[in-house]
Design a protein around this ligand. Structure first.
Ligand code: ADQ
Length: 744
């Protein structure tokens, strides 16, 4: 009933308003018409009475006057007549109006003095009355007195009341009819459509066995039958794809995009939308240009996005992330979703909205002022605020709720990214214990002593152990995690299986070194031209060029790099005028004090070192502080004879891999900090300790002077390593481990 009323309410309001306005106009019109009639009648009657009255008043015939006024006593409509002498005194009045305007001598004298008829609306006892009075004169125009007609106007109001009653009855009947109509439309049209939508929603989530329950023919029955047919075809197609994928998998052994897609279909089963990825950073951000009002999109500078986006492009599915762009809300549908990449949609991005105080507490505060410095050993003190922790928990819950809405009925697979969501695994499992949940930790995991300073250590570890699988980049971080769980939590460690068992729930802990999509093929003419353009634009032609590309973060060792370039030029002056270092750097987390201080520190350092060495046509450091698209970065990588990666601590570091991938010419040398996860795999890089500026400076010289053949060999090995261990293999290994786990 409530739905029917809600549905019919707008119509009822509109119809009622129209009828009421119409009624008001009609009543006003009717009232005016009735009063006009009455006045006309009063005018005629007073005129006719005045002749008889003249006679009676001239002869002071009191009996005649009484007879005259009594003639109006028995009229059907309540009316009366009064006669007055020339002083305005009452001579005779119809019986029922006795007491009429007693004492209102002034009024009568006024009429006598003006010699003009007068009419008036007024009240007599409880009735509304209308009166008309005219002066009576003899044949020579001398005043004899006055004659007055009085009418009870109650019948006018009675007529209007009748009118209103009819309008209200019409209104009630019409609204009842509208309600009945609404109930019929709902019953015959909307309820079946709603039923069908719900059925299809369940079907999409994998509940394919239920009937939709819509019976009967007609348009709705036909629609239901068509939808059922389409759903059936989809079900059959999905099964075929999964079987074909399983068959193909057995044949192939190289990890490429299509192999991963086949693996997902074969192992995770239920179709295109089976993977749900959760991360704080969204893979595509929409920004509103305030001046033009246009919305532009970009891919954020993030190693996580660089790694997961190719996987989602390959497998489809839904990526749930914080919608942080100023144009994000304008580009989603009613369910906060959009297809991405925006120019060629391959998977779904679902945006979760956070209020500024939520984003500050969860992202800037707890995640980046607390957990980030806690896990990176760079001697930046972590800050833990209770208010930030509360926001962190609330935002984890918000993401959990959003993800739970998306989970299919069966074969649900959630892949959580990073330190922003330590509690998410447990929250999802509480509602959907059947879901398979994996967490990948993109940053290092410190030893238990370091981690034990975190005031929320137990909640964090417990939240993470809600997952079925936790992945780190390297075995060393897995060991640190197992040791941390063992020391700080009530649990058992299975050293054979590398797993943690807590309250009879087992969580596997495994190393999965993340990577990029693969290496690029031989240079195209367009790519060579772009590289040349970059060389010309920045005056790099004929110079030895070193490049670095980073989010501006204190873990990346950017300042140490500049100091090393300074020491290199100081120690080996033969390179003055010949060596250029190009630093591409995009600011990040600039609202945090430590990051804004770092921005200033780098600005000043670059300025100081350039001032120290610059000549009229050369400066040693080119600092390009802005965002570059992945395609814009490549010509710089290709122009760089060296790439400098000097992180003080880094989970993996994808820039090192991107540089190697771009060097299909096999030229170029990679200088890589030994404190990156990448250093474990990229053995042919020139490895350095970035804290040792002297060693770093010497490594630059060493790399500059590597014989071309040696460079070539090293680059070949590096590229082979990346080609074999690409991001599809990374994702494939995680999915294989999870699928095995499901069987167990
Ligand atoms: P990040 O700390 O973001 O990633 P990294 O792996 O180096 O670090 O990735 C940075 C990404 O930003 C790269 O894809 C790079 O191309 C891009 N980038 C750098 N400079 C840029 C610029 N000026 N403009 C635009 N883009 C730029 C975290 C961990 C890493 C881990 C990744 C993946 O800290 O250790 O390797 O996740 O797991």
């Amino acid at each position: 009933m409530r739905r029917t009323i809600t549905f019919a309410l707008p119509l009822i309001v509109i119809v009622s308003l129209v009828i009421i306005v119409f009624g008001l106009v009609q009543v006003r019109f009717e009232e005016e018409r009735l009063m006009e009639d009455l006045k006309r009648k009063a005018e005629t009657v007073t005129e006719s009475v005045s002749l008889a009255a003249a006679n009676v008043l001239q002869h002071k015939d009191l009996a005649g006057a009484r007879r005259l006024v009594t003639r109006f006593q028995n009229k059907k409509n309540i009316q009366g007549c009064a006669l007055y002498d020339k002083e305005g005194r009452l001579v005779a009045i119809t019986e029922r109006f006795k007491g009429w305007r007693d004492g209102d001598q002034q009024y009568y004298r006024g009429v006598l003095a003006s010699g003009q008829p007068k009419d008036k609306l007024g009240k007599f006892r409880k009735s509304y009355v209308y009166s008309r009075i005219i002066p009576v004169e003899d044949s020579r125009g001398r005043p004899l007195g006055m004659a007055e007609m009085i009418y009870d106007t109650s019948y006018v109001f009675a007529r209007l009341a009748d009118f209103w009653r009819n309008i209200i009855i019409t209104l009630v009947l019409l609204n009842l009819a509208l309600l009945a109509l609404a109930a019929l439309i709902l019953r015959w049209l909307f309820l079946p459509i709603e039923k069908l939508t719900l059925w299809f929603k369940h079907f999409q989530r994998g509940e394919t066995g239920k009937p939709h329950g819509i019976k009967g023919g007609g348009e709705i029955g036909a629609l239901a039958s068509e939808v059922e047919q389409a759903a059936l075809s989809l079900q059959v197609a999905r099964k075929t794809v999964a079987e074909e994928a399983a068959a193909k998998l057995e044949k192939e052994d190289i990890w490429i995009e299509s192999r991963l897609r086949d693996l997902v279909r074969a192992r995770l089963g239920s179709g295109d939308s089976s993977i749900i990825v959760a991360s704080n950073r969204e893979p595509f951000i929409h920004m509103l240009d305030e001046t033009t009002g246009q919305v532009r999109w970009a891919q954020p500078a993030s190693g996580l996005v660089a790694a997961i986006d190719p996987i989602m492009r390959a497998c489809g599915g839904t990526w749930v992330a914080h919608g942080s762009g100023s144009g994000d809300r304008q580009t989603v549908n009613a369910k906060d979703k959009l297809g991405v990449p925006p120019d060629d949609p391959r998977y779904i991005l679902k945006r979760v909205w956070l209020a500024p105080e939520e984003a500050d507490g969860f992202y800037l505060g707890f995640s980046n002022e607390g957990l980030w410095p806690l896990c990176h050993i760079t001697y930046t003190r972590p800050i833990f605020r209770e208010a930030d922790w509360r926001m962190y928990k609330a935002v984890n819950q918000k993401f959990a709720d959003s993800i739970l809405e998306e989970l299919p009925a069966e074969n649900a697979f959630v892949f959580i990214q990073d330190y922003h969501f330590t509690l998410l695994g447990r929250m999802i499992k509480e509602k959907r214990p059947d879901a398979t949940v994996a967490l990948f930790w993109h940053i290092p995991w410190p030893n238990h002593e370091v981690f034990s300073i975190c005031p929320y250590q137990v909640e964090i570890l417990d939240g993470m152990l809600g997952c079925d699988l936790i992945g780190f980049h390297v075995q060393y971080h897995c060991n640190n995690f197992l040791e941390t769980a063992n020391r700080l939590l009530e649990c058992r460690i299975d050293t054979e299986k590398n797993s943690v068992i807590r309250s009879s729930k087992e969580t596997l802990v495994r190393p999965f070194p993340i990577s990029i999509a693969g290496v690029s093929g031989p240079l195209t003419a367009r790519e060579s031209a772009e590289t040349e353009r970059v060389r010309q634009q920045y005056g790099l032609a004929g110079k030895i060029v070193a490049v670095g590309a980073d989010r501006i973060d204190y873990t990346k060792g950017i300042a140490e790099r500049i100091l090393a370039v300074d020491r290199f030029l100081e120690k080996y002056p033969e390179y003055l005028g010949k060596f250029v270092y190009v630093q591409l750097a995009v600011p990040s987390r600039a609202k945090i004090k430590r990051y804004s201080e770092l921005l200033d520190e780098i600005d000043q350092l670059v300025e100081k070192k350039n001032a120290k060495y610059a000549t009229d046509n050369w400066r040693p450091i080119i600092y390009l502080k802005k965002y570059f698209t992945p395609d814009d970065l490549k010509p710089f990588y290709r122009a760089g004879d060296l790439c400098l990666v000097s992180s003080l601590h880094d989970g993996m570091n994808l820039v090192a891999k991107e540089y190697v991938a771009a060097r299909s010419d096999l030229a170029g040398a990679l200088i890589l900090s030994k404190f990156t996860g990448a250093a474990r795999e990229l053995n042919d890089a020139v490895q350095i300790n970035p804290y040792s500026i002297e060693e770093f400076a010497d490594a630059i010289k060493y790399a500059c002077e590597l014989p071309p053949e040696e460079k070539r060999k090293r680059m070949e090995n590096l590229r082979r390593q990346i080609e074999r261990n690409n991001v599809y293999k990374w994702a494939g290994s995680i999915i294989n481990d999870l699928a095995g786990l499901k069987k167990e």
